[in-house]
Design a protein around this ligand. Structure first.
Ligand code: GDP
Ligand code: MG
Length: 167
């Protein structure tokens, strides 16, 4: 089995960190600064008879006149077409207007969507996504939800298994 997997989400949710951890190498640039990833990055993970081509997208941004933002939006939107699985990364304790914009695009995706609730290692922080999560699931009724920590590697085996099952 093989196929394309798009990793989407607003800037700073941890998309590049996730890809790096899945691949076990530093391929995508991660940073606190938004817009560190300017181009779609590809990473190939082969395990047994499963080959997944991951696409790390530059983040979907608010509509803007800036040419760079327009370009980044185009690349991210293009990544959503012709993919077999979409991983929608959200931050467990921060939902913003930009997440909403990504959600609206993900709702158009025909294929399987997995919601990865990231940064679950931040257990000490209050105001988590949990009250929001049931609402989010209603918006994407066919999506599977998996809590992860991209940084610590928590639950990424589950995420990869869910991806492989949907390729
Ligand atoms: P991207 O813009 O979505 O690609 O986000 P990055 O992967 O560049 O990560 C943005 C910031 O969030 C960086 O400072 C990461 O170290 C941090 N980050 C990513 N994943 C996690 C996580 O699971 N837990 C915590 N605590 N921080 C994370
Ligand atoms: Mg990135």
């Amino acid at each position: 089995r093989c196929g394309y997997v798009a990793i989407v989400g607003r800037p700073n949710v941890g998309k590049s960190t996730l890809l790096n951890h899945i691949l076990g190498q530093k391929l995508a640039i991660t940073s606190r600064k938004p817009q560190t990833t300017r181009h779609n990055m590809l990473g190939i993970k082969t395990e047994g008879n499963v080959q997944a081509v991951y696409v790390d997208t530059p983040g979907l941004h608010k509509k803007s006149d800036k040419a760079l933002n327009r370009y980044m939006n185009r690349s991210a939107s293009a990544a959503l077409k012709d993919v077999d699985v979409v991983i929608f990364v959200v931050d467990r304790n921060r939902w913003t207007e930009e997440d909403q914009l990504v959600l609206e695009r993900v709702q158009y995706v025909q294929g399987p969507v997995i919601i990865a609730v990231n940064k679950t290692d931040r257990l000490d922080e209050k105001g988590d996504l949990i009250p929001h999560l049931s609402w989010l699931q209603e918006q994407l009724p066919n999506a599977e939800v998996v809590p992860i920590s991209a940084q610590q590697g928590h639950n990424l085996d589950t995420l990869e298994r869910l991806v492989a099952e949907r390729l």
